[in-house]
Design a protein around this ligand. Structure first.
Ligand SMILES: [Fe+2]
Ligand SMILES: [Fe+2]
Length: 301
């Protein structure tokens, strides 16, 4: 077996502090989000924890880092700026790929350019920020979907939309014919029933249909702040769907564990592609970043 590529997968860093309030950005969604942050989330998510996990991935010399959204909390301009500085600390744009989460496209921003600040990490020019995008990185094709849409208070659902689904279908078909390793990045859990109706991907049935038809070698996502491994039976071969927990959790919260991230190592063997999936993270809040689990994702098994 020959190792060909290593991809680290982070999600839901919810970078703190929440800063940069201006009367222009206050509305019911942000007010309720801010109260939730003050009461609960600021006791869970710590940028210092995310930095420790990122340092661990850098030490492992992962070939690329994928971040599946929720970099910020209330979608404020100052948060986008801080997150861009943080992305620079993670790596240059050709080594890091981002897709947005619902907290990144949170609420009305007037004429602020929002996530367009991160365009270089989404392989897009600022003027033409478009999803889905495809980034060819080594033997991989990263297909970046945007499932985030503005929602009312207490709603964190997602939507891909017909146009994005159609382009993704064409991309998956073309890249599948080419034989590259297709890795789909999406913030929301991609299938129906993976979370509550208020938090789910509204067109999950359409996404399932295209995945069933075109297949993919790996789908990675976040949003639930909980790790998960599922298999989806496509027409071609089973597709592993892997969630990352929050990479900044310095405290467990309900069913959400302490911070962790995924490392995928891709191997070529006589029987085809093999993916080793390692989870690294914290066992104790102040403990070291360590390997928590390891398995081989084998679509032929
Ligand atoms: Fe999140
Ligand atoms: Fe989310």
């Amino acid at each position: 077996m020959t190792e060909i590529f290593t991809l680290a997968h982070f999600s839901d860093v919810h970078l703190s502090p929440v800063a940069g309030f201006d009367w222009r950005y206050w509305n019911a969604k942000r007010l309720l989000g801010y109260l939730n942050w003050q009461r609960k989330r600021r006791h869970v998510h710590f940028a210092t924890v995310a930095d420790r996990l990122i340092a661990d991935a850098q030490k492992l010399r992962a070939d690329h880092i994928a971040i599946t959204g929720d970099l910020v909390n209330l979608g404020l301009p100052a948060e986008y700026e801080a997150a861009l500085a943080w992305l620079h600390s993670v790596g240059p744009p050709d080594e890091v790929t981002v897709v947005p989460g619902n907290h990144d496209i949170y609420s009305h921003l007037r004429d602020d350019r929002g996530i367009a600040r991160w365009a270089a990490y989404m392989d897009a020019e600022e003027e033409t920020l478009a999803f889905p995008f495809v980034r060819r990185i080594g033997p991989l094709a990263l297909i970046g979907l945007n499932s985030a849409v503005e929602t009312p208070p207490f709603v964190a659902s997602g939507l891909l939309g017909a146009r994005q689904l159609e382009i993704a279908r064409e991309q998956l078909a073309r890249l599948g014919e080419e034989g590259v390793i297709r890795v789909v990045l999406i913030h929301h859990p991609p299938l129906a029933g993976m979370t509550t109706p208020r938090r789910e991907l509204k067109d999950a049935a359409h996404f399932a249909h295209l995945l069933e038809r075109e297949g993919a070698e790996l789908v990675i996502y976040g949003h639930n702040h909980r790790p998960a491994v599922d298999w989806f039976p496509s027409r071609v071969k089973p597709v592993p769907l892997i969630a990352a927990a929050s990479a900044s959790a310095g405290a467990a919260y309900g069913e959400e564990p302490l911070a962790r991230y995924n490392v995928f190592t891709f191997f070529k063997s006589a029987s085809g592609l093999r993916i080793r999936h390692v989870v690294r993270g914290l066992e104790k809040p102040e403990g070291p970043v360590a390997k928590l689990s390891e398995e081989v994702l084998d679509a032929t098994a």
